[in-house]
Design a protein around this ligand. Structure first.
Ligand code: GUN
Ligand code: ZN
Length: 490
């Protein structure tokens, strides 16, 4: 039985439902699991539920296990009671501490049993978070240990508790892909992508996109996929479009402690803000100067609440974008917040073929909003499908203008898609809104489409009537195609 159902796709992004049997709840994804530090609760878990609608959170069982003051209470009361939260609670294992300090004093079996005993709803084995860029030998070696632990975890009796199977493999796409396939074969329930925090801390969003895409190739369409330690709202849209369903982070609290203010475009320092660019209750009720004048604890709490509002707001924005079929437009818009995000978006588009597999055939509208739009999955799909479309005439006109009776057959041409049979003009994605001042990337993509069609029909004679295409686009059109400029006089 699967505990995860996809309701709707956009690119590889999905609206899904994760059933957490032990908690007796179903969680709508994508979502964020706020990290709750059992010792320091910047925002109480009950408030996370009531003010922010949190259905699930994550805490660290290793801290509870090793804590003199909390170990007994949590064993006695249970985790939900201790934290005051009756939604789903996921527990991490101490792998993060392992990565930070090199050693921890529990085994996978001990920590899973402890997680089960305290009432965790989703447990985590002790995976080894191999950092980016280590040599291949180390990544392979550590992966072997992680996989052995996952296989062992699958044999531990944990009742109804779901168990996650973290995917490691550093920055080696082939190792990530294999690790993901091996994780699936354990039969465990949730698939976190591990050791991506260093990539995010260094703004290596292009490398992150490649890592996620590689993991997804190994995972296939199983889920849910959790991006471990990802909590900055600026990257939710991109990660969701690549197929991540769960995020978790302490960023809302850690950033608040340092007077850092999250936005969907990046991070601002409170010091440098004269106005709050946000509509949340914190930002509508206060000015930056007022927060600045408060005592540190009060300011930290308000900043954490703002950070959570932005975080949950972006999750809702992403969900609505999947529902409306404009997730790629959202990713495009978020990519403008920071050059590193733009790199991430461009790397994501390198995987357009992979994203195309789950992208719906029809959506409301395709908005061409940047030259990156020319590389979207829909463009690739249209051009791949040219081979299914019959060409009947011997003399075929391809034109951005209107058809002409002189030809056996006349197709339309629309940048960035290229040629299309006129009867498809009212179907997605050819209903695209493309700016009149089209860019070179759109013409070049259209020319690639022309080339594909022409190559598919070596015996047909083609004439292309184009609207002032740049030389870089015309260079892509095979030489045997007759060219005419739309505005040239006959
Ligand atoms: N938290 C952030 N990264 C990781 C990871 O790779 N493994 C585990 N278990 N927790 C994490
Ligand atoms: Zn705000």
């Amino acid at each position: 039985m699967t505990n995860f159902e996809v309701r709707q796709y956009d690119a590889a992004g999905r609206l899904g439902e994760l059933t957490v049997p032990r908690a007796g709840v179903t969680v709508e994804t994508p979502t964020i699991l706020p990290v709750v530090n059992p010792h320091v609760q910047t925002v109480a878990p009950a408030t996370l539920a009531s003010e922010f609608g949190a259905e699930i959170l994550i805490t660290n069982s290793y801290i509870l296990h090793g804590s003199d003051d909390l170990r007994e209470p949590v064993l006695e009361q249970g985790l939900h009671d201790l934290l005051g939260f009756d939604g789903a609670i996921m527990t991490d294992s101490g792998s993060f501490q392992l990565a930070e300090y090199g050693d921890i004093d529990v085994t996978t079996e001990e920590i899973l049993e402890f997680q089960h005993e305290i009432g965790s709803d989703i447990g985590t084995p002790v995976d080894i978070p191999t950092p980016p860029d280590v040599d291949r030998e180390r990544a392979t070696e550590e992966l072997k240990t992680t996989q052995e632990r996952l296989e062992h975890a699958a044999t531990v009796d944990t009742g109804e508790m779901l168990v996650s199977a973290p995917v490691q493999g550093a920055t080696y796409p082939d190792l990530r892909e294999r690790a993901a396939a091996d994780a699936v074969s354990t039969g465990l329930d949730v698939f976190p992508l591990g050791a991506v925090v260093p990539l995010m801390n260094e703004y290596r969003y292009a490398d992150l996109a490649d890592v996620v895409a590689a993991c997804k190739r190994g995972l296939g369409e199983v889920g849910p996929v959790h991006l471990f330690g990802a909590g900055h709202p600026m990257m939710f849209a991109m990660a969701a479009a690549l197929g991540c369903d769960l995020f978790d982070s302490a960023a809302y609290a850690l950033y608040a402690r340092d007077d850092r203010y999250l936005t969907v475009q990046g991070t601002e320092l409170l010091d440098e803000l004269s106005y709050f660019p946000c509509h949340c209750p914190v930002c509508t009720d206060h000015t930056p100067a007022e927060l600045d004048a408060m005592d540190a604890d009060q300011r930290e709490e308000l900043l954490a609440r703002h950070n959570l509002h932005v975080t949950y707001g972006e999750i809702r924005t992403v969900k609505q974008a999947i529902r409306s079929g404009n997730l790629m437009e959202l990713v495009d818009s978020r990519a403008r917040g920071h050059p590193a995000m733009l790199d991430g978006f461009r790397a994501l588009l390198d995987h357009a073929e992979q994203l195309e597999r789950t992208d719906p055939v029809s959506k409301d509208a395709f908005f061409y909003t940047s030259h990156e739009s020319a590389r979207r999955p829909e463009v690739r799909r249209h051009q791949d499908r040219l081979e299914r479309l019959p060409v009947e005439g011997d003399e075929v006109l391809l034109t951005e203008g209107s058809s002409s009776a002189q030809y056996d057959e006349s197709w339309g041409v629309l940048p960035p898609f290229g040629p299309y049979p006129r009867e498809l003009a009212d179907t997605y994605p050819l209903t695209a809104e493309v700016p009149d001042r089209t860019d070179r990337a759109a013409y070049e993509a259209a020319a690639t489409g022309v080339r594909r069609l022409v190559e598919l029909h070596p015996d047909v004679s083609f004439t292309l009537v184009h609207d002032d295409w740049p030389a870089t686009a015309l260079d892509r059109v095979p030489e045997r195609v007759r060219l005419r400029d739309l505005h040239a006089r006959d």
